[in-house]
Design a protein around this ligand. Structure first.
Ligand SMILES: [Ca+2]
Ligand SMILES: [Ca+2]
Ligand SMILES: [Ca+2]
Ligand SMILES: [Ca+2]
Length: 314
């Protein structure tokens, strides 16, 4: 309904959301943290930067996180000095801390995030990913909450070229990497209560690199970069990024996510996890027959780098 008459548009798009403007930045950010965490050789540097948009607003890239102030999620597989279970059978679930999400019913979340996640349950930030960039890791989180349970996950596809959503890879200095989240949530008796699928809502708040700003189509809550190039380049001079302010209450149960698009789903092959033990050691969790969790993201797995995801289950 791109060209809907005003009355129809007002009926479907709350004014505050419709008015959320796209801010553009050009070029690399200034480094403000040279690395949140060092996983050693053969891993990428998880630096953080700041970049100023044309309107004077300062943006943190790839995202403003709570790394270091939120408890780390327990490991399923972490080659950066953590546990490296060969299978779920090696996990002693009772040893995983039970986190308080304001209720008494116990749940367990199993998460593989490319690259970084923060998990909110019923509005409370309860756990974060211990490894912001690489190597690829996976996690388990136990929490106690009251139904209905609103899951809200901040996902960051981390970047090496701060502000330009890319990394030195595949022979190109500015190769846009991809993201992806797969997760399985169970109750205390082991029954599936949620899996990542297209019933989640997803919105992007940082899209880069853009070799041409006009390739991005913004229409109310739709932030469509499908017309933008995903090709790696050696010279990104003049490339841009698009940013949107994160609503402060985005993780609250009361937040109306009906305006956000449904999450897009992606296969294991598309995300490229078949050679990653953090995923393959736990295929029985992430590819469970009858409860096969999809990889989810906003509409562009490659160019959308800060993606907020939500799902409520009863
Ligand atoms: Ca990670
Ligand atoms: Ca990535
Ligand atoms: Ca799956
Ligand atoms: Ca990306």
């Amino acid at each position: 309904m791109k060209h809907a008459i005003a009355g129809v548009l007002l009926a479907t798009v709350p004014i505050g959301v419709a008015a959320q403007e796209t801010a553009f930045t050009t070029g690399l950010a200034t480094v403000v943290n040279p690395g949140l965490f060092d996983c050693g050789p053969n891993s990428r540097v998880s630096a953080v930067g700041k970049v100023v948009s044309d309107d004077g607003t300062v943006w943190t890239v790839p995202a403003e996180t709570h790394y270091g102030t939120v408890p780390f999620a327990a490991d399923l597989f972490n080659e950066c000095g953590g546990d490296q279970f060969e299978s779920l059978a090696e996990l002693d679930l009772e040893s995983v801390p039970l986190l308080d999400a304001g209720g008494r019913e116990e749940f367990t979340a199993y998460i593989f995030a490319d690259n970084y996640f923060e998990l909110y349950v019923n509005g409370r930030l309860i756990a974060g990913d211990p490894v912001p960039f690489t190597k690829f890791n996976s996690n388990v989180v136990r929490f106690a909450a009251e139904r209905p349970v609103t899951l809200a996950i901040m996902m960051v596809d981390w970047e090496e070229n701060l502000g330009l959503g890319s990394e030195n890879n595949r022979g190109k200095a500015f190769h846009p990497g991809d993201g992806g989240l797969v997760a399985h949530f169970k109750d205390a008796s082991g029954v599936t209560v949620a899996i990542t699928d297209d019933s989640w809502r997803a919105q992007t708040f940082y899209t880069a690199p853009l070799n041409d700003r006009s390739c991005l189509v913004v229409d109310g809550p739709i932030r469509d970069s499908s017309g933008c190039s995903e090709a790696g380049v050696d010279d990104a001079t003049g490339f841009s990024a698009a940013h949107w302010a994160v609503p402060p209450d985005w993780m609250m149960p009361s937040f109306d996510d009906s305006i956000w698009p449904s999450a897009a789903t992606f296969s294991n092959d598309t995300v490229g996890v078949n050679n990653k033990k953090a995923f393959t050691n736990f295929e029985d969790l992430f590819d469970t027959p009858g409860a096969d969790a999809d990889f989810i993201w906003s509409s562009n797995l490659v160019l959308d780098n800060l993606v907020l995801l939500r799902k409520t289950f009863d």
